[in-house]
Design a protein around this ligand. Structure first.
Ligand code: HBI
Ligand code: FE
Length: 292
């Protein structure tokens, strides 16, 4: 990868923080410097995009697929300012470019103000199949299309407001589970069957089919308190997925003030990520599909 802004950044990986935070503003935003991406990076993006787009039919939810088709970022790393113009017109959201993971409070502040942080750098070729921290492919391909959907965008803004409150209540660990099991790994039960809306699944090469069809995983109808109590691993496929009926349901069921819920759940044991709980409404896995 020839020298340049991005390669200087990506050749200086620091454990967990890959980006260059030295140029970030107080809100952690940076310029995208789209011209600094190399042709090799655009080619890697196209490979990632082609692999993922082939997995979407029959697995990704309709709202996601419609948005992704309109965005059409198949040709290379998108110019995030251009996407922001379309996004503002749809739901009033905008994209803010960040160097990588940012502190929780800064992240919640952006969401509460309808700004979605998208990491600037793209993974290395050796990370084609798996990457721990979010890169521009995960953030854009996984998260951005869903922000064009009204109820989901409203849920994301409410999540940001809830995050600022949870920080004051020392309840961030519980609230992070809600983000994990909806925004990152959420499933929705539509008329045509189980579909995916979670970004962590949509941007994953292997978890798309696993989440819908694997008998090793279990799928449980969404229950707020169940989710807030359920632990998760960040480095493997999920054992449990939570299923909503609609994005409006997700927004409405997470509207109440969580303060009394946090107080009650603090007295209850954490539920392991692979534990079945009495009262779970289990959703059967979808039958394995013949290759498209
Ligand atoms: N920062 N850039 C970025 N992207 C994330 O998804 C992100 C973050 N900081 C914190 C965070 N996610 C999680 O702690 C959420 O649960 C808030
Ligand atoms: Fe994410």
């Amino acid at each position: 990868m020839e020298a340049g802004f991005h390669s200087a950044v990506s050749n200086a990986p620091k454990a967990g923080l890959r980006g260059d935070y030295s140029r970030a503003s107080a809100d952690y935003s940076v310029e995208q410097h789209w011209d600094a991406y190399t042709e090799a990076e655009h080619a890697l993006w196209r490979r990632l995009y082609q692999r993922q787009i082939g997995l979407m039919p029959g697995y990704a939810c309709e709202a996601y697929r419609d948005s992704l088709a309109r965005l059409d970022a198949s040709g290379g790393i998108p110019k995030l300012d251009e996407v922001t113009r379309a996004l503002r017109g749809a739901t009033g959201w905008s994209i803010v470019t960040v160097p990588g993971l940012i502190p929780d409070l800064a992240f919640f502040e952006h969401l509460a103000n309808k700004r979605f942080p998208v990491t600037r750098w793209l993974r290395e070729p050796r990370e084609f199949d798996y990457i721990v921290e979010p890169d521009v492919f995960h953030d854009f391909f996984g998260h951005v299309p869903m922000l064009f959907s009204g109820w989901f965008a409203d849920y994301m803004q409410a999540y940001g407001e809830g995050g600022l409150k949870a920080a004051r209540l020392d309840a961030l660990k519980m609230l992070a589970r809600l983000y994990w099991y909806t925004v990152e790994f959420g499933l929705i039960d539509t008329g045509e069957g189980l579909r995916i809306y979670g970004a962590g699944i949509l941007s994953s090469g292997g978890e798309v089919v696993h989440s819908i069809e694997s008998p090793q995983a279990c799928r449980v109808m969404f229950n707020l308190e169940r989710v807030l109590r359920t632990d998760y691993h960040i480095d493997r496929y999920q054992d449990t997925y939570f299923v909503i009926k609609s994005f409006e349901q997700l927004f409405r069921e997470t509207m109440p003030d969580f303060t009394p819920i946090y107080a009650r759940l603090r007295t209850l044991p954490v539920i392991a990520q692979d534990e079945a709980v009495p009262g779970d409404v289990v959703v059967p896995a979808a039958a394995p599909r013949s290759p498209q």
